[in-house]
Design a binder for this molecule. Structure first.
Ligand SMILES: Nc1nc2c(c(=O)[nH]1)N[C@H]1C(S)=C(S)[C@@H](COP(=O)(O)OP(=O)(O)OC[C@H]3O[C@@H](n4cnc5c(N)ncnc54)[C@H](O)[C@@H]3O)O[C@H]1N2
Ligand code: MOO
Length: 414
């Protein structure tokens, strides 16, 4: 069958991989930082390296519920005399003597003078006489002071995004507040006379404005501070006003719609008049009419209005920019190979990000199926998906059974 070419593509359009390199060259990490209390640190990016102010663990302690003793006392005799208890939070406060042991719980301090712990399943008690199976080596079941970290050791580096594990690590070393990079501030609006807010009735020709909600979701997941400027009519002066309002208060202005070639597509025109346009249109589907430029000090990203196009361009082009501005190192996408479970339709000409469901077949091999119709307006193709199937620019229709490149959705899209 002859290869079909995409009527929406031209050879001169820039490849999205080239575009992202050019885009990243246009932004710098924010230099401002602020202190935040630990409960508010989730998702933020550390502005400086962080060293531990304590040893970890802070004291020698037991890894098991059992008995603590000196191993050499078990060399001639397997029975020791119980002289007390050490509970987590309530250390043994007596004096350790030869041929004795202390009942000890997981996390409880190891009494000074003892060197080993045996789990209770390998010991038996008869009143204060405890018969203990000797472990193989001194120090068994002991967690030593500083074995994880010493005071002054670097715990987390500048540029680390604070996730659930980092929240715990910070608390472990007693950090009640941390210095983080200021949040990137993003102002955004949708354009389109057809758009109505949810909660209102639709007149003929109208649709609900969904992009502001998917974009809000994406911005929230990107941990930025966002300002919603609402829906702006297809009116050049209203768009100009919104451009000025957004650019005056944000690091980035994000818009949805009006970047194509229609008679009411004013976004690009106003960008050219009010600021500068760095580039427009990429060899990608969805997302061809993505526009990028500057408005005063603000970065401008014009997302296409089609709902899937706006999400895909955000994820592929805008999110890496925000990450760089927030001081994160560039994350290369995790790409996998999976077997296509049914025939896939594609015109040659643009890189395509089809939406798929990645799973394992009965043989344990990665398999991917496409989520039905792939029109740029069909947002359910995103909500049903857990990955993109990335198809090269020159690729055409692809038969079932072919190996294709898959990028699983990450936390921004889930
Ligand atoms: N003659 C051509 N027409 C189009 C081309 C082209 O190259 N030549 N490109 C097509 C491509 S590709 C895309 S993508 C769209 C993008 O157009 P715009 O960015 O100008 O977006 P609109 O025209 O404003 O809207 C497109 C579509 O999406 C709906 N929409 C817009 N905003 C929202 C919103 N906030 N929530 C839900 N849906 C929204 C809108 O009603 C339209 O159906 O242009 C093609 N045309
Ligand atoms: O690029 Mo458009 O996003 O194909 O519909």
């Amino acid at each position: 069958m002859p290869m079909k070419f995409d009527p929406c593509s031209q050879p001169s359009l820039m490849h999205p991989d080239e575009a992202i390199i050019k885009l990243l060259d246009q932004v710098m990490p924010l230099s401002d930082s602020e202190m935040v209390q630990l409960p508010h640190a989730l998702g933020r990016v550390l502005a400086e390296d962080l060293a531990s102010s304590i040893d970890l663990p802070p004291f020698n302690n037991s890894a098991m519920d059992g008995y603590a003793f000196r191993l050499q006392d078990l060399s001639n005799n397997d029975t020791l005399t119980l002289i007390g208890h050490s509970f987590a939070g309530h250390p043994f406060d007596g004096e350790v003597k030869p041929n004795t042991c202390v009942r000890i719980m997981t996390g409880a301090p190891l009494p000074a003078g003892y060197d080993t712990v045996q789990m209770q399943e390998k010991a038996s008690a008869n009143g204060d006489s405890i018969t203990i199976e000797a472990p193989d080596a001194v120090g068994e079941n002991v967690r030593y002071r500083g074995e994880e970290l010493n005071t002054g050791d670097k715990v987390l580096r500048a540029g680390t995004q604070i996730g659930a594990a980092e929240m715990g690590v910070l608390a472990t070393i007693g950090a009640s507040q941390v210095r983080v990079v200021r949040r990137v501030k993003v102002a955004f609006f949708s354009t389109g006379d057809e758009l109505r807010p949810v909660g209102s009735e639709l007149a003929p020709g109208q649709i609900y404005d969904s992009n502001r909600y998917s974009i809000q979701g994406l911005l929230s997941r990107s941990n930025v501070e966002w300002v919603d400027l609402g829906v702006i009519a297809d009116d050049p002066e209203a768009i100009r006003e919104a451009f000025r309002t957004g650019a005056a208060q944000a690091d980035m202005l994000l818009t949805s719609g009006g970047v194509s070639v229609g008679d009411a597509d004013y976004t690009k025109q106003i960008l050219e008049e009010e600021g500068e346009i760095t580039f427009w249109k990429l060899a990608m589907k969805p997302g061809k009419p993505f526009a990028f430029g500057r408005l005063g000090k603000a970065i401008f990203c014009g997302l296409p209005g089609n709902p899937v196009s706006s999400m895909v361009t955000y994820y592929k082009l805008v999110w890496p920019l925000i990450n760089k501005m927030q001081g994160l190192p560039r994350a290369k996408p995790l790409l996998l190979q999976a077997k296509l479970s049914s025939d896939l339709r594609k015109f040659a000409g643009r890189v395509e990000y089809q939406r798929g469901v990645l799973s394992h077949n009965e043989q344990g091999q990665a398999e991917v199926s496409i989520t039905g119709g792939q029109g740029s307006g069909m947002l359910t193709s995103m909500s049903l998906a857990n990955c993109f199937v990335i198809l090269a620019r020159e690729q055409g229709d692809t038969p079932a059974g072919s190996l294709v490149t898959v990028e699983p959705f990450n936390s921004v899209l889930c």
